[in-house]
Design a protein. Sequence first.
Length: 709
Amino acid sequence: MEHHFGQDAAPASGSFDKTRVLNVKPLRTLVPVFPSPSNPASSSAPQGGAPFVCVSPSGPFPSGVAPFYPFFISPESQRLSEQNAQTPTGQRVPATPAAPISTAVPINSFRTPTGATNGDVGTSRRSTRSRGQVAQEDGYSNAVIEEVEADATTVTKRSKRKLQNKIKGPQSVGSGDVDPDAVAADILKSLNPLVFNVLNQPEGSRDSVAYTLMIYEVMRRKLGQIEDSNRAANAVAKRPDLRAGAIMMNKGIRTNSKKHIGLVSGVEIGDIFFFRFELCLVGLHSPSMAGIDYIGTKTSQEEEPLAVSIVSSGGYEDDVEDGDLLIYSGQGGVNRDKGASDQKLERGNLALDNSAHRGNEVRVIRGLKDLYHPTGKVYVYDGLYKIQDSWVDKSKSGFNVFKYKLGRLPGQPPAYMIWKSIQQWTEKSAPRAGVILPDLTSGAEKVPVCLVNDVDAEKGPAYFTYLPNLKNLRPTAPLESSIGCSCVGGCQPNNSNCPCVQKNGGYLPYSSASLIADLKSVIYECGPSCQCPPNCRNRVSQSGLKFRLEVYKTKNKGWALRSWDAIRAGSFICEYAGEVIDSARVEEELGGDNLDDYIFDSTRIYQQLEVFPDDTEAPKIPSPLYISAINEGNVARFMNHSCSPNVLWRPVIHENKNFSDLHIAFYAIRHIPPMMELTFDYGTVLPLKAGHRKKKCLCESVKCRGYFC
DNA sequence: TATCTTCAGCTGTAT
DNA sequence: ACAGCTGAAGATAAA
């Protein structure tokens, strides 16, 4: 980090002169490259004909364009959903028989018939094609699919036995008791078959890692949600993380399953995880609990065991951590029943010893406390280390403990160091370089939002007024008439009488960790007419910013948004604040000089981020919503476009006496490490409206569509 | 095939 | 913070 802003450029807090940045033009990823419609075909494109929109999920893909998300929807389906969304009455328009059938297979085709009936598009295929037929016709055959098809409960004998024991157990009662394996099978069937093509590659890739983690996330959250709603008040919590992980292992939904020393393809240094099973499933660290992973233990060969990876979670005493150095304690010497004892030079300890002698690389995953879930941990993949030294130490209780000193190999991108830096900024033991404003919001948010420029001399983005929420909010007629809840202590997941639970399909939309449980096309939160308190689990998007965000200057994309805190997939990040305007105003603004950069337009068409299987249609909005953040807005106005975004939006409806307060909320698609830019897909206007310009996309993703508009 | 080992992750209870 | 509880994979021992 350069320090050229250190002393002179950063003004004392509170003395910032806003007039100095008054006339700075916003510079974002939005660079108009073509005047409006340069291509007549695209302006009237009857279907997804524009080159930059969507490709069929079944391919072929132009070079550089491939689906990144495990769930897809055809362009026609998107268009239909989009029409549905714009129906003023809020009634869904069924797909007419005359509607063109896509060559793409709608994701709904793979839905089990008993499933919830959202997404009416593509019905004709869904009901008539079995999975087996699809596999034949479209060439989607592969081992995983066949296994899923053959038997939903195909598991190893061992796991089957265990599952049966669980089913017989005393506590699996509940009105809607669901078999986890059946749920898992449903989820797997709802996946885009292309996912399996990626997963079946012997070598892991960025995509296979991303898919694996997303499927795990979906499975874990769904099982947790079901368990949550069925569990009696004082029952012991099951472990959806373990259950989901076991199912994934049994079905072979994993990548890099062959252990090896060194980097893991598709996993990048700096990647973060929130469960040990995630490390396991992507091939970073196989043991589900143990801290040392090693290979070469086959007794037939005389090969000595060698260490592959370690997880440093601070579980053993005397761990000293310092940036690129790590003192790691060996395993053993702790027994639940027998108490403490000397560690032995066997298993992982022996493997580490051998690796030390050979000078082998060892992957290091650092487990840190998760600020937002004090009982949980964040795992940071910190790349390759070498063991520099080892010795035997005495534990506090006087027993022998093996110690290993590991040093990080040079030349690797920073990972854990970023966490250390942020910690120093937090503790004020080191200043954040290039700070222009310590709090852009002037206290309007609960947490400060830093304004930073450590790349050039620009003093800030164009002037605007910070507004934390929506202005001119007009209640609109809801999709369904409804009433507020009367859950005095907050809505409970197992209260099927709560109208807010009912509106969300019988489940609370958020997990106990406030993560979005599965991505519905609309999220119904409690609102002004509900009697539940502000901290109700169903008001997640109403409590303002939670993460410490930072607006910062990029090298080539203008200003952007990122977070000091790690963000778990499914976390609420912020809403799109600004002034609600009507379509006439939108046209007006479009006639202006590129001011549409800060208009949120719900009627745009989005390349579907079908991350969650329950979501097979576009976001469903009772009426079109336009929000202008040109003059007033919040952090959301700084989020840039990307064709491989890590954030998505969903409409959130707050219950308000038979009317709806409509908001746009942003959620993390994946786990987002600190200081990584937050981006979402701006979507596409079809047909192109007069005055609209195509913009060249600078997202630099390998999946980049090239343009957006 | 059964047993053993293991730096998990909850949830509830006492500070 | 802390304790108590249940876990699943993979190595290893036993059969």
